[in-house]
Design a protein around this ligand. Structure first.
Ligand code: F6P
Length: 600
């Protein structure tokens, strides 16, 4: 069977704004387009990957050009952020009867948890009542493990919101869906729109409203797009708010954990810190605060060389079937957990491939459902769990990355590092220090001595500005960028990316199913229906589709290497068994696919 190569539009686009052109991948929303800057990322060395990621991330802060797109720093966007900050202030004035709920799916839900906890800590520090809560699709188990199916359920979304806000008279609901696509969030927004006396909905996402998902949601009359249209109408009178700047396509197409997650963090932190401050919310204040993240971004990428070395170390570990462990403290540890958990749906990774551990475990997190350790090995997240379950098996082939700052217990860090070093010399640190503080400098030099012989250790010292809280947030932002780069690069080296597409994604919900089907069409040149058929066969590992398969839950089918299986079946006409054994002979997915594409 012949491989019909589609004309590659990307070839004709080369500058940084090209994705904005109306005829660039016109059927796709911005969040699903492929980024012209990264089309060769799968073959690039670590240093070039860093350059591509930097250019891609920099797109977040580009000013509005002559196109349809609102940008992060657009005037309208800043004004909306000011209005939302005022709404948060109203909640703070009446904490007894009011609530802020942050919610989302996958990384968006994890960040909702991350920020709700951080905002509550900050509120308590400022003598306010903690008024923030979170809802994540799939419950707390989704904080650290891959649970994509609940994302498809709008009724569940509405129910969870109702439950968490029971009895409150005023609720500001912030729903995050980077792609303006998750039915779970659509259900929550719809619930708010039906109860306007109590709920004010805020939607955060990164596509223009007309690109919101129009696909019907089974068993329900809503679409994400229909909800957004209703919100747009109400936004005119400030009864609803839309925060949806375009950031440019992700470095790995559709991987919204990257820019989508970063911008979610920036936007919500800017809004909430403006509302917590005792000074008036101003346009310039908001704008400057956003710009401080741009500085943190530049600063982080000024350490590209060290980060590239970390990426290579992590890549070597994954390539030989070994492990990468993030050992973190405080919120930096939680960012490690978040980064690790997204590798499963994005790269078809095993939960053991990249794992996060945080000092203090669940006690440190304070999540709704408490200690989840008994749910299985994926939920063992403390340093003690690492010492008991992972350390004894560590070798030089594994990579360990410590994530901490001068405000953590540096002696404890050094103690743990010593224990790790007895098992592996492949230990690294991303350490944040603050200048000007003598005690901190002393501690920093102590830890630099401790880690003097480590491979690569970016001693991050962002040009921190603003309040105590905003310094912590910039540090977190910098860590997020670093972790995203390391885990993405490591999986590129493992062959989990083809051009700039995730080719081994898990197909565990309707969005991922559509993404996979689209990729198959692009790579095979076959029709939509042929690709969907091949995809379903690969998901359920059958050569013939039966009637009842169409009604099965996608979550029930956690088959591995689904897209490669479907593609090779499409191109060769071989049976599932034959293709499976072909793929087993060539475990590097990208190479298996390339061989197949060349020979077809
Ligand atoms: O379906 C899983 C997933 O794609 C995650 O990878 C992602 O973090 C999550 O969905 C959220 O997507 P969105 O923010 O666009 O709703």
């Amino acid at each position: 069977m012949a491989f019909v190569a589609k004309p590659d539009r990307i070839d004709t686009f080369s500058t940084i704004h090209d994705w904005e052109s109306a005829d660039y991948e016109p059927t796709l929303p911005v969040s699903e387009k492929s980024n012209p800057l990264t089309r060769h990322i799968d073959r690039a060395p670590a240093s070039s990957i860093m350059k591509m990621l930097q250019a891609c991330d920099a797109q977040m802060f580009q000013e509005k050009s002559q196109t349809q797109y609102q940008r992060l720093l657009s005037e309208e966007m800043v004004k909306t952020l000011m209005e939302v900050a005022e709404r948060v202030r109203l909640i703070l004035k009446d904490p007894q009867d009011s609530l802020v709920v942050l919610s989302g799916c996958g990384t968006s839900g994890r960040l909702a948890f991350f920020m709700a906890s951080g905002f509550n800590r900050e509120l308590q520090r400022l003598n306010y009542a903690p008024v923030c809560s979170y809802v994540i699709a799939g419950g707390d188990r989704a904080l650290f493990s891959s649970q994509e199916a609940p994302e498809d359920d709008p009724t569940l979304g509405a129910l969870c919101l109702k439950k968490v806000s029971e009895g409150k008279k005023r609720v500001l609901f912030v729903g995050v869906s980077c792609g303006l696509s998750a039915p779970f969030v659509a259900g929550q927004l719809d619930f708010c729109l039906r109860h306007p006396d109590v709920y004010t909905p805020v939607l955060v996402g990164f596509n223009p409203a007309h690109q919101a998902r129009k696909e019907p949601i089974p068993g329900c009359t809503l679409t994400f797009h229909s909800v957004v249209t209703r919100m747009e109408e109400l936004a005119k009178t400030q009864k609803a708010f839309l925060i949806n700047p375009a950031l440019g396509p992700e470095a790995i197409s559709g991987s919204s954990r990257m820019k989508g997650g970063s911008a979610t963090k920036i936007l919500l932190e800017v809004v909430f810190s403006a509302s917590f401050s005792r000074t008036p919310v101003t346009f310039n204040g908001i704008l400057q605060h956003m710009r401080s993240y741009e500085k943190a971004l530049d600063f982080t990428y000024s350490h590209s060389e060290e980060i590239a070395a970390l990426m290579e170390a992590a890549g070597r570990s994954l390539q030989c079937g070994r492990q990468v462990c993030y050992l973190g403290w405080g919120s930096l540890g939680l960012l490690g957990l978040i980064d690790a958990s997204e590798c499963k749906p994005t790269f078809g990774a095993d939960h053991e491939d990249i794992r996060g551990f945080v000092s203090g475990g669940y006690k440190e997190l304070g999540n709704n459902e408490g200690d989840l350790t008994l749910m299985g090995p994926e939920f063992s997240i403390s340093h003690d769990d690492f010492l008991d379950g992972v350390l004894p098996r560590l070798t030089d082939a594994d990579t360990v990355l410590l994530l901490y700052s001068h405000s953590d217990d540096v002696d404890e860090v050094a103690k743990l590092a010593r224990r790790v070093r007895e098992k592996t010399s492949n230990i690294h640190a991303a350490y944040h220090q603050t200048d000007g503080d003598a005690a901190a400098k002393q501690m920093a030099s102590r830890s630099i001595q401790t880690f003097a012989t480590l491979g690569s250790s970016p001693y991050l010292q962002p040009p921190l500005q603003g309040t105590f809280a905003s310094k912590i947030r910039q540090r977190e932002f910098s860590t997020k960028l670093l972790l995203n780069a390391v885990s993405t690069g490591a999986h590129i080296f493992k062959g989990k990316v083809f051009k700039n597409y995730m080719i081994d994604l898990q197909v565990t919900n309707s969005k991922l199913y559509r993404r996979a089907a689209r990729l198959l069409q692009k790579l095979s040149g076959h029709s939509e229906s042929e690709c969907e058929e091949a995809l379903l066969k690969a998901i359920y590992q059958v050569d013939k589709l039966s009637e009842d398969i169409a009604t099965c839950s996608l979550d029930a089918a956690k088959a591995k290497k689904v897209v490669p299986l479907a593609l090779v079946c499409l191109l060769t006409g071989c049976s599932m068994k034959e293709v499976e054994s072909r793929l087993e002979q060539q475990p590097i997915v990208r190479e298996a696919m390339e061989t197949c594409l060349k020979s077809s």
